[in-house]
Design a protein around this ligand. Structure first.
Ligand SMILES: *Cc1c(COP(=O)(O)O)cnc(C)c1O
Length: 472
């Protein structure tokens, strides 16, 4: 084995490597890209040598060249890539949460490539408001008096608190001081908004009189937060929104609810847990409600604020609103998604997030069978293929403890370890994300689209056929 010092000395010189690479690739590829590619390959190898990786060895000029060319190809591809989601998590925050239907993608493309009436009133010929384009639809569907849309739900919560409660007290239950996805914590957002948080109750139980006793002259808001990604079970008690509303009315305060996922449709007839819908919360009299655009709603990233007109008008006038506003692409996609909610059956059929959630196990099982049929004997000898019942997840912090009966294709590789298989699938041009469970790699077919079956099969064949190679 060659020693570390020799290996380091043998690393190619960037300038020399560049000459060879330049003559091997298209003249259209900029010099800078080649230089960065060479440098990244050499640096990566140096780091491996320094880390004592025993697989490092002396490489021939040709072997280096192959690595450089692969790096060039990699650098020319986009960093944001499509992936096939075989994880079974429908609203997968790391994989981009909700998928837009073709109609919304078209609307988004139109808004992107053309001028539009984004802030131009076509009737009067004068300046218009970008929010008015979706505000009416949100109100029609939610039953709220007024609405406002911002960049995401975290922004919505910050904006509402800053408007209604800066330098004032906000009363919130201890059981609802949640952290969502690492960087969004209710107490931190509260602090940033300038509101003073007053915690009441115990972690598992909070009662109406806990709120009542905490009210002072400084109180401006009673806040309720959907605990989204966790559940306290057992001896628990939460105060219903309607009771908070009654209390707030008596004391001249406002009630805010951060719904998180915020569904517009009751999904319990489809085997999902009963969650309060946005409409129900609005009907209960909550003054201002916030929820995400790309969780259960199934739209683009956005934060939707609905509530009483007097309050929404104040929020609209907050200068912070300008900093948190949504762009025209989001507006275009959001409008299309919201329109489908005028008829719930249409929404369930057309909004991909909803469609993926309400699929039956039989439908998913048929998709698994179609994948297996497509693969036929192609993986024979290198992998044992099978299928089994599994549970998928809603994701997006919604209904954390609820599994959805699903169906998976299973792979038990013979020629490599499960970890290698998982890595190989991620390294494909069209990466495939599965999960390892019980000594097999599972592809949960709930989140694989019908039109992706051919690509999925091809990816699996590539991984075992090795023609993609390890692009280390
Ligand atoms: C997800 C979530 C948020 C953050 O929403 P984003 O749209 O991701 O910014 C805030 N509050 C609750 C309760 C949530 O579930």
């Amino acid at each position: 084995m060659t020693d570390q010092h020799t290996l380091l000395r043998l690393l190619p010189k960037v300038d020399e490597s560049l000459l060879g690479l330049r003559s091997a690739v298209s003249a259209e590829i900029p010099d800078l890209v080649l230089k960065l590619a060479v440098r990244s390959v050499v640096d990566a190898e140096r780091n491996r040598i320094l880390a004592g990786d025993t697989s490092c060895r002396e490489l021939s000029v040709d072997e280096w060249q192959v690595r450089f060319e692969r790096a060039v190809v990699r650098m020319q591809g986009p960093n944001l890539k499509r992936v096939i989601n075989g994880s079974g998590v429908v609203i997968h925050t790391n994989l981009g949460r909700s998928l837009l239907p073709p109609s919304a993608v078209t609307a988004l493309g139109q808004a992107a490539g053309h001028y539009s009436n984004l802030e131009f009133n076509l009737e009067t010929g004068k300046r218009g408001s970008r929010y008015s384009l979706v505000e009416e639809i949100v109100c029609d569907i939610s039953g709220a008096e007024a609405a406002l849309v911002v960049n995401n739900n975290a922004a919505a919560v910050l904006l509402v608190l800053e408007t209604l409660a800066a330098d004032k007290e906000v009363i919130v239950s201890r059981g609802q001081l949640v952290e969502i996805g690492g960087s969004f914590r209710i107490p931190d957002v509260m602090a940033k908004s300038g509101a003073n948080m007053v915690e009441v109750g115990a972690t598992n139980r909070t009662h109406l009189n806990d709120y009542e006793q905490a009210i002072t002259d400084e109180t401006s808001l009673l806040l309720k937060v959907h605990t989204s990604n966790f559940r306290i079970i057992g001896f628990t008690s939460e105060v219903p929104a309607s009771d908070l509303v009654t209390l707030a009315r008596q004391r001249g305060l406002a009630v805010m609810e951060d719904l998180g996922s915020g569904s517009l449709i009751d999904l319990s007839p489809y085997g999902l847990p009963k969650e309060p819908t946005v409409q129900e919360i609005v009907r209960a009299g909550v003054d201002v409600v916030t929820f995400s655009g790309d969780k259960l709603l199934g739209g683009p990233q956005a934060g939707i604020i609905v509530g009483r007109k007097k309050i929404i008008d104040r929020i609209k006038r907050n200068p912070l609103n300008r900093a948190l506003r949504i762009d025209k692409f989001t507006l275009a996609a959001l409008e299309t998604i919201l329109r489908s909610y005028y008829d719930f059956d249409t929404a369930l059929r057309e909004v991909p997030t909803l469609r993926l959630l309400v699929q039956t196990q039989d439908e998913i099982r048929r998709r698994a069978r179609r994948l297996l049929r497509r693969l036929g004997g192609q993986l024979m000898g290198c992998c044992e293929l099978g299928q089994q019942a599994t549970m998928s997840r809603v994701g997006g912090g919604a209904m954390p403890e609820h599994g959805l009966p699903s169906w998976a294709v299973t792979l038990v590789p013979g020629s490599m370890t499960l970890a290698q298989l998982e890595r190989g699938l991620r390294a494909l041009d069209l990466p495939i994300v599965g999960r390892i469970e019980n000594e097999a790699l599972l592809l949960d077919m709930r989140t694989v689209l019908d039109q992706e079956l051919a690509e999925l099969a091809a990816g699996l064949v590539t991984v075992f056929g090795g023609d993609e190679g390890d692009s280390a």
